[in-house]
Design a protein around this ligand. Structure first.
Ligand code: EPU
Length: 441
């Protein structure tokens, strides 16, 4: 078993560098399936467990991958004869692998992808992905735990998404690039990761306009080719360090952070009394001695991101007064509150609405991560807790935070990662020793 061990109370200061976005690189890797000629070279790729899993999924289809983890570059050659079956073992490890469905059926006319189940944060259906693909002329058959998609030739269509799902937007947009004729998709997701994917597809020869708005227009083309691309910065990793600085009365420069991508978070932090200085170097966060309470509601972009919800609740619990959090995107994303309770937090949850009773005098405790962002929230709480905090289930952390321990150490935190053997002996694990090839869906 591995744990992150933090001794508080820490006040963060210094600078932190942010990786390329996990949630951008996963669909971009899936999009390389569409490039029937040439090689795609990606730069700024974070060496995270989810990226390793997506690479394995692509290798199943006979795609050649070279990942240079030191340079953080991946080169992908999908020009050979591809196969079209994504096995259960891999899809089970990472539900985001469902975004291979659209590109596979568009390129090969066939795809068989294991049905991704729900996960800790919600039931996570994929009905919108499937309805959109059907509109493009794909026949969907669900049997034996698999989704089988077939099509002779995809055709353009007018599609309206009932909800601006990130994954559905990505799957349908990728499939429509090779459809005959024009496709319009309305009420699409507007996240920066969608824009990054559209940029890659256009570099591959696709004709997509409207990315970043609520309507995408796609003119189908006959084929796509490889391209070079540098992955957009991870706004959620950046936001995580912003909150850590804010709650620790810290002073931290988040290098090259893109203000616009974190606007909803930064505006809430400012409301709570945090100083936000934007410059050419990035965004500097200066946390106040006492945070003011705030009411927050998660929404699709450009609303407050659900992926910052758990971390934000730590700031709200620390704040001097009562705050509320309304989680409208996922139905079950408050598990971290039970763990924070072990550290002294007091709260009430009714459905998707949490009332958070600040101010909390956080105390160190043994806590378990329940999903990726919960893991980040527990580390942030540990940083400002008195005494020792131990966070376990780091496999969640490793899905989305590269070199988290060294980054917090560099900001002055008393933090380490240890491995504990059966006899209870502890050995230190450096970030470079973390082998992040296993993951949970
Ligand atoms: N939904 C449906 N039907 C669908 C698709 C989605 O009902 O066909 C519902 C979901 O059940 C959920 C909501 O719509 O309640 C939002 O789901 P969405 O499809 O937008 O999310 P996703 O594509 O599955 C991505 C990120 C998540 C992030 C969400 C929302 C990736 C790989 N994952 O998931 O990231 O929370 O968008 O922004 O891009 C994380 O990084 O910690 C993470 C969970």
């Amino acid at each position: 078993m591995e744990q992150i061990v933090i001794n508080g109370v820490n006040q963060l200061s210094g600078e932190v560098e942010i990786e390329g976005a996990k949630n951008a690189v996963l669909p971009i890797l899936a999009s390389t399936i569409l490039a029937s000629s040439g090689i795609t070279t990606l730069d700024n790729v974070p060496p995270l467990s989810d990226v390793f899993i997506m690479n394995k999924v692509l290798e199943e289809f006979n795609i050649k991958i070279e990942f240079n983890q030191v340079q953080k570059t991946i080169s992908v050659d999908a020009s050979g004869e591809l196969t079209s079956i994504a096995p259960k073992e891999l899809v089970e490890k990472m539900r985001a692998s469902i975004v291979v469905l659209g590109p596979l059926v568009a390129r090969l006319g066939h795809a068989k992808v294991a049905m991704p189940g729900g996960c800790a944060i919600g039931s996570r259906p994929i009905d919108l992905h499937l309805k959109g693909l059907e509109k493009l002329g794909v026949k969907i058959d669900q049997h034996d735990g698999f989704i089988e998609a077939t099509a002779d030739q995809l055709h353009g269509a007018d599609i309206y998404l009932d909800f601006p799902s990130v994954g559905a937007t990505q799957n349908i947009m990728m499939a429509a690039t090779l459809a005959k004729g024009n496709t319009v998709i309305e009420n699409v997701a507007r996240e920066p990761e969608i824009v990054d994917l559209a940029n890659v597809l256009n570099k591959m020869g696709a004709k997509i306009t409207g990315a970043g708005t609520d309507s995408l227009k796609i003119k189908g083309v006959d084929q796509l080719h490889g391209c070079d691309h540098s992955v957009v910065q991870d706004r959620i990793e950046a936001g995580t360090y912003m909150i850590a600085a804010a709650v620790s009365n810290g002073n931290v420069l988040i290098k090259d952070a893109i203000y616009e991508h974190n606007r909803p978070l930064l505006s809430k932090l400012a409301e709570m009394g945090v100083k936000v200085n934007v410059s050419d170097d990035g965004v500097r966060i200066i946390g106040p001695k006492v945070l003011a309470p705030a009411d927050v509601q998660t929404l699709p972009h450009p609303g407050f991101p659900t992926d910052m919800q758990a971390q934000m609740t730590v700031a709200q619990l620390k704040a001097d007064g009562i705050s509320t959090m309304n989680e409208t995107v996922f139905e079950n994303r408050f598990m971290h509150l039970d763990e924070l309770n072990k550290m002294g937090a007091s709260y009430k949850v009714e459905g998707n609405f949490a009332t958070l009773m600040g101010p909390t005098d956080f105390q160190g405790a043994e806590v378990s991560a329940t999903d990726l962002r919960a893991a980040a929230a527990l580390v942030i709480a540990g940083l400002i807790a008195k005494g020792e905090t131990r966070v376990s289930h780091l496999e969640y952390m490793d899905r989305g935070y590269y070199h988290l321990v060294s980054k917090f150490k560099q900001l002055g935190a008393n933090i380490k990662r240890v491995r504990i053997d059966a006899a209870g002996r502890e050995t230190l694990v450096t970030d470079d020793q973390v082998i992040s090839e296993e993951s949970l869906a």
